[in-house]
Design a protein around this ligand. Sequence first.
Ligand code: SF4
Length: 437
Amino acid sequence: MHHFFMKVYGCQMNVYDSDRVRTALSRRGWTEAPEDKADVVVITGCSVRGKAEQKVWSELGRYAGSWKKGRRPYVALTGCIAQNLGKRAFSRFPWVRLVSGPRHIGLLPDGLERAVREGVRVNLLDENPREFFDLDEFTELRENRFRAYVTIAHGCDNFCSYCIVPYVRGRFFSRAPEDILGEVEKLIGSGVKEITLLGQNVNSYGRDFEDGYGFVSLLRDVSQVQGVERLRFVTSLPQDFTEEIARTMAEIPCICPSLNLPIQAGSDRILKLMNRKYTRAEYDAKVHMIRSILPELGLTSDLIVGFPGETEEDFLESMKALEELRFDLVHTAAYSEREGTPAASMPGALPRGERLARLTRLNELQDDITLSINQSLVGRVFEVLVDGPAPKGEGMLQGRTPTDKVVVFPGSEELLGRLLPVRIHRAESWCLHGECD
Ligand code: SF4
């Protein structure tokens, strides 16, 4: 019997992949154990940001002591970080016994058994960006009982100039609708109430099919699976988000009025350098269209500051975009160079201190906006899916509104998994506080 421990860094795609690996290993009789009791540690890591990559790299170094003493644990490195750094990890750390890129995850359970049983080192890096070996598992063992993710498309063909995803996750392709629907049915059968469809660019779903089946067809089909109480999706691309998608969201009650629409920069000059395929005016028009169809929309965005060549004027355009568009939340980041991307060799790199100073200014502005939006919700009642105990406070539960805001309120554990009306009586920028109505 083998004991394993899972560590995940990065985006929801990595969490999803890691939950499927956890399920696959458990089905093979492996047992999840605390890290100090594990024979094998599976690290799923992200290479989108330099900081996450450095963190995983220093984690890998930590096993030197235990390896010298007892030659365990074996470490398996997977996720997009493995695709990017796997070869270096193999040569530098003898305890790394398996590396697997995200497109070879289906080969990982067999590979891991071989690594442990035969003492061999297994290389599952994807040399072909179109090849794919999926893991035929649903996330039966997952972080949350009531909410689950389902990948609908892999890879990305957009090649934004700062982004490493197309190089480490390969070319875009859509998963077959029957596989997705089958997975949704299994998840609902295991107690899930809310499904989030996942992809780097979900709106392009079906673009590679010849029968015209697309993202809207999929939204309709998933919403009709018996037991799906809430349906979300992430991430959308401004140029690919259509009026038909917005109208479908408005028409089908279980599709939540929440949307992540990354803007990335407020200046047209920087958007062009980023190879984003829209202007600020086109982005604004899209938001206007969506909000006119979905007036209660919870809208979040992503924004990078300190891109090479970003002037103070460009940066102020980003600040202005936040003021004018008033997002509910913005995932902000200081630009970090990813080796091998076009932006990494662009002129005009900003000093780290300047990038961080701009990030602080931007975050302060957005915190005020988020807080004022949240405060405007005090007194209103929202339907909340109760998805777990609150991290702090005895007898407190937490859940999410349809617009994806976290709500904390008093209640007992038999309410878990239910949809309840909660009246908001206090707001912070990160969560709302309320009581069952
Ligand atoms: S759309 Fe752009 S930012 Fe998003 S994954 Fe693709 S290349 Fe990266």
